[in-house]
Every structure is written in structure tokens, then in C-alpha cells.
Design a protein around this ligand. Sequence first.
Ligand code: F6R
Length: 606
Amino acid sequence: MCGISAVALKEGTVGSAIYDCLTKLEYRGYDSVGEATISNGELMIKKDKGKIAEVENELQLSQLPGLIGIGHTRWATHGAPSKENAHPHTDCKSTVAVVHNGIIENFLPLREELEMTGHILRSKTDTEIVAHLVEAELRSGKNFVESVRSAVKRLDGAYALAIICTAEPDKIVCVRKESPLVLGIGKDGNYCASDIPAFLSKTNRVILLEDGEIAVVTSNSVKILNIEDGIEIIREPFIVEWNVERAAKTGYAHFMLKEIHEQPLSVRNAARTHSMFLDLMAGEIMRAKKIFLVACGTSYHACLGAAYAFSTLAKLSVTPVVASEFTDMYGGLIDNATVVLAVSQSGETADTLSAVRGAKDRGAIILGITNAMGSSLTRLSNVYIGQNSGPEMGVAATKTFTAQYTVLVQLVIASARKRQVITKQELERLESALSQLPNSVSLSLLQEGRIIQIAERFIDKSSFCFLGRGINVATALEGRLKLLELSYLPAIAYPAGESKHGFISVVEQDYPVVFVAPRDETYTKIIGNIMEMKARGARIISLVDEQDKDVVNLSDETIKLPSGIPSALSPIVYVVPLQLLAYHMAVKKGNNPDFPRNLAKSVTVQ
Ligand code: F6R
């Protein structure tokens, strides 16, 4: 996730107007920043690695002259944070400048094609190809808008783009496909940005750009066109009533709730992991004699689910280990035939890094999955992949779990394919379900009303238990972690089959037990576990397939989730109601879910 902004002013200095917008978008990313404006017919560009205020101190972005310009705050996906990878990116002759939020999936073949036809590309980003594609179209004689239309038709993936061009210096051309982009209609000029807070202090008259649309923005006008046929679309602005603080949460009461609701998009982005990186990792995994998955907290739960998927789908034995235990328990076994796959949202968790450093010293290959490109984990890894979910402001990890698991399950599929241990039909079924995942997560979010009722009914309970079987032991553990860290309740989680070996003595009349019970290979066994709890007076809250009857009949409360989700993908859909339950319980208890007591977003001490 990055933040983009574009401004066309009637008078004044556009550099400072863009800078102002960027400071409001910093929550979308903050590893590098840049601006480009047009002044006296020439492109002026300033950009560098660093936070917005640091780069402003160094380069005075806000003093860039001109009436028209674009800006970007970056959260690296392709290419580490650096000056050359910072946006805006330009064409060969610095006549076109582009800022981009999203992922261009086919950038490698397009890059090769551009290089073969003489274009010189300077960065490692997927974005730079857009400037060169537009340049090529301009050279063929098309005007600016038509050049952008032709260029973007060649892109696969997700993109919000803002582009300026010296040949038509009064225009910004903006394009949207699957990444957010909004227009602000102001008195002093017009605005375009990833999000409304960017320009809310200037105007509250807003137009949402839809997928497949181009906006041509000048200081006096905004014109929307359909990318495919170029036909104009008429859309009136609406008035936004939010204050700036609420707007930063796009209208949600807390960042955590916003981030829970962002998951259809973050899962879609995570599902776009390039096959080249997955193949590289799968190759290392195939060659290894011992494979460990190492992480803490929520990231560990994603690993736990993935270990189950590695075993059942890729027929590989991998060992998930809590990072703080790794060196003491397995340090002596590590050698150069070992792969350690470390998973960390921040890429800076001390326990994870210590395990990784110890393993690296003993010769292990380090693979990393993280949300922070340029973090210590990326620097220690032989191969790393971004989870691509953008900054997570809530201290409790939510979109992190679903994004990390989405990346991990793609790695499982890549390993299964490489090892030829999966049938073509099974592969096709998984890949099709993977492409449907954002939709399944959206359906899961529709259960929020039901979950609020459940939170109200159970608000006085002093403890909860979460049970699941198979891959959803991980989901149950994650549901427990969310509830206990936000509601401060001593919640319990177990593999459901293990619950009768001790936990069951805790159960008394009306004790709440949450079952994660999809209709998978564990279904009949979990029904037995539900009956055991029910017989002791427990109140059963179950997460079930929407076509379920048997578990529904045994439950006091049910949350219905979409049918047809393959077991290996079910944690992504089934964890969402548990995140919502934890959120609403915390709010009803008067706790701030964004800042649970005693916790830090990144735990950098061992
Ligand atoms: C739970 C939570 C923590 C983190 C853990 C690991 O909601 O946020 O348990 O998951 O501290 O953090 P990363 O993934 O940054 O290594």
C-alpha cells in the first residue's frame, strides 16, 4: 500500500499543496517519498528514501514550483526502499512522470519489451514501465490522454496512477483499477489522492473513481472517461461530513476495524505474489533436509496453519516453532541443509531475528515473509516475499494474518506443484478458490451484525474457549489471541480433540466455547467434540458453512460462512468473524482496541 496525490491549482505553489496531502497519507506507507511538478514546461522532481518529514528537511519538496504536480509516499513492494526506487518515475527523456499504488503483475515481460526497443529503465520498480509505455504511445502521435488509455490497457494487476506530461502541462491523468483513487473538487483547484483525508482540509466535495476509469484533472475541470471505449462518464460530487481524524480511518471508529474491513483488498494483493519468487522459495524448500517455520504471535499462527497445509498438500514435513524457543530447542540441528522460513509483519521482532541470525550463522538458508521491505528480516533473508498488506496501525494484527497465510498457502501450492504431488484438478480447484478469496472474505464480513449481537450476549463472561481441528487449530488459536489481548480475558484455545484431556474440567453451565467447524475432513470428529462440551452445559458458538445443519442444531449461536472454501484456505475466511468478535467485545468493555495495554506493535526486545 502506498499513498498517491495529485494537485492542479489555479494559483500558488503546488509543491506545498502536494506535500500537505502526502503528510495526511503517511499512514499508507512511509519508506520513501517524492514529488514531480511541471514548471515552465519542464518536469521538476525531488525524491528520496526516508520519512516524509526527513525528505522534506533534506530536499524541501514543498518548494517545488508550478501549478500542477503529483506526489507519492511509498511502501515498498518491488525493489527495496532507495532514491532510485522512490516515485515519481519518468520516461527516457523526463517528459512523463508517474506515481503508482498497486502491483503490476506483468511488469517483467513489459520491461523486457521496452528494453528491447531501446528504453532505458533506471529503477527496479514495476511502476517505471508505465512512464515508458506512455512515452512510446506519445511517440506514435497520440495525445496524452489517448497515450495513457492505450498504455494502461496493456497492464495486468492493480493500479491507481497519477501521470503528468510536459506535452500537455495543464493536465493530470489519473487511472484506477482495484486500488483506491478519489477526486476532490476544490475552489482553489482540483485534487486526486488514494484517500479522502489527503485533501479534506481543502475540500469536502468528493467523486469516487471506479475501476476501469480515467480522470483528466485540470485546475478548472474534472472529466471521467471509461478506459475501454473512452466514453465520458458524468458523476456528481458528494459531500463528506467526516472530520480529519475520522477520515484517516476512512469513517471507521478504529484503525483495527478499518483494517479488518480492508481484508478483501489486502488478501487480493497478497494473492498476487509473483510466481518467480514463489518458485525460488519452493526450490530452496525442495532441496532442504529440514524445514522450520519460525515466528511469534499472530505470525506464528499463520505458520501453524501453513505447516498443516505443507503436510497435507505438498506432502512435506515442516516444523512450526515459536521464535523464542527456536534456538534452544533446535539450534543444535541446524546446518546448511536446513531452511528457516521466518514470518514477521514488522520484520523487526527481536525473537524472530535472533532465531534467524542463529540459524544463518549455522549455515541455514533463510527465507522471509514480511510486510516491511528493507526491514532487518529482508536483509537477513536469502529470498524474501512481501505480504503486501500495507501499514497496520492497530496494535493487534488482523490483515497481517490473512495476508501472511495467503502468501504461505501460495508457497505450499508452488511446492506441491514442483514436487508433483498434487493432481491437476486439485491445483485448479485451489487456484480458482484463491482467486475467489477476496469475495469470500467480503461475505464473511457481512456477519458483523450477527457478531455484534453475540458480543452483547456474552459481554459478562469472564473466560472463553476456542476449539478447532486440523488446519483450524491455527484459526482457534488466533481467535483466542485476539480476544485475550483486546478484552484482557483469560481465554483458552486447544485442538478440539485435546480438550477432553484436561480443559473439559473448566466447563460448567453456560461457559462459552467457540468452535471453528467448517465442513472439512474433521467435521464428524468436531461434532463429537461439540457434543462433549454441550453435555457439560457449555454454550456453543459455532462458525459453520452456510449449508450446515448438524452443527447448527447443536449450537446456541452460529455464524454462517460461505460454502465451498477448500480446507487449506478456510483459516482466511473463518478468522474474520473472530477478529470482529474480539473487536466488538473490546469496544463494549470500553477498551481501545487500537492500543491494548502493555503491548507494542513491534516487539524489539527479547
Ligand atoms: C498479535 C500481535 C503480535 C504479533 C507478534 C509478531 O495481535 O500483533 O502477536 O503478531 O508480536 O509480530 P511480527 O509479525 O511483526 O513479527
